[in-house]
Design a protein around this ligand. Sequence first.
Ligand code: NAD
Ligand code: UFG
Length: 339
Amino acid sequence: MKKILVTGGLGYIGSHTVVALQKAGYETIIVDNLSNSSLNVLGGIARITNVSPTFERLDLRYKAEVVDFFKRHSDIEGVIHFAASKAVGESVEKPLYYYENNIHTLVYVLQECVAHGIENIIFSSSCTVYGQPETLPITETAPTQAAASPYGNTKQISEEILIDTCAVENMNAISLRYFNPIGAHKSAEIGELPIGVPQNLVPYITQTAAGIREKLSVFGDDYDTPDGSCIRDYIHVMDLAEAHVVALERLLDNKNEEKYEMFNVGTGRGSSVFEVIEAFEKGTGENLDYSVVDRRPGDVTAVYADTSKANKVLGWKARRTMEEALASAWKWEQKVRNS
Ligand code: NAD
Ligand code: UFG
C-alpha cells in the first residue's frame, strides 16, 4: 500500500479526499493543527471507509517539527497539500498570518520532500488566480491576474514556488485550481463545518433553512448576467476529492508530461446565486428567506471552468449534479444540528 501524506486532511476538502484515497487503496497519514477542523472528523472517515487514518497533530509553521515528522515518515510516496488558511476577508486583515501559514508551510513541506526523495505533490490552488477573466469558460492558459486579496496572492506565489522548485529539483507537482466546492459525503458522516458565520453561499443557505440564520443576503442583483446575480462553477466536493486521486496517480505512474502541471477542477457549468437558491428550494422542499443587498466587495461577476484539459489529460470529469451536492449539504446540516 502506498503511503500518502495529506496535510490539512481533517479539513473540508482534505477529509473527503482521504475517503477517496482510502477507497482507492492508499494508506493515508494526516497532519493537521486543528486550527479549522476537529478530531471528530477522524471518526467520520473511519465510519465511511472502515479504516481509521493515521493522524498526527502538527503545525506546519514550525520547521523543526516538520523536519522531525519527515524523518519519521520518509517512506511517504506522495503528498497532497491542503493545509492553509482560506478566508479571503480575514486575509486582508491579517496578511502576515496568511503569508506565514500558506507560504512558509509549503516551503517547509517542499524542503523535506526534497531532502527525503519524495517526488510527488498535489497542491490546492484556486480559480481566484484568474481574477475576472476576459473570456469564459476559463482555460488554464488564461492569464492570471493581480490577486484581489493576500489569500489569492498566496495561491499565485505558491504556484510560482512549485514551478521554480520543479525546474531544478527531483520534484513533480500538479496544482488543481478548484472552482467552488460544495456538498458533503452522501453518508453525511463528514461535510463542511464553517466556524462562526458562514462566508460562503451554500453553508449560509443550509444554516438559513435550518433556522440558525434569519435570512440569506444575496450580494447584488445588478451584475451583467442573465438574472443579475453572480455566476460560479459549483462542484460536488466528492468529485473534487476524486480529482486528487487521479492527479496523484498520474504522478505516481510517471504519466505526467511536464514536471509541473495545473488543471481546472470544476464542472464547466456556471450557476447564478438565484439558480442555486431555486435548486435548493426545489430539491429540499424548504422555503428560503432571502433578500437582495449591496454587492460584496471583491466579488467577480462570473467564473466557470473550461474543464477539457482535466477531461482529456487526466481522464476525470465531474459526475455529480449541483442538485445532488445541495441535497448532501442539507443532509449534513441536519445531521450536525441533531447530533
Ligand atoms: P479547511 O480550512 O476546511 O481545511 C484546511 C485544513 O488545514 C484545516 O483542517 C486546518 O486545521 C489545517 N491547517 C491550516 N493551517 C495549518 C497548519 N499550519 N498546519 C497544519 N494544519 C493546518 O479548508 P478547505 O476548504 O478544505 O481547503 C483546503 C485547501 O483548498 C486550502 O489550501 C484552500 O485554500 C484551498 N481552496 C479551498 C477552496 C474552497 O472554496 N473551500 C477553494 C479553492 C482552494
Ligand atoms: N453569496 C451571496 N450571499 C452569501 C454568500 C455568497 O450572495 O451569503 C454569493 C457571492 O456574492 C458569490 C457567490 O454567492 O456571488 C459565491 O460566493 P462564495 O463566497 O460561496 O464563493 P466565492 O466564489 O466568493 O469564493 C470561493 C471561496 C474562495 C475560493 C473561490 C474559488 O470562498 O476561497 O471560491 O475557489 F478561492
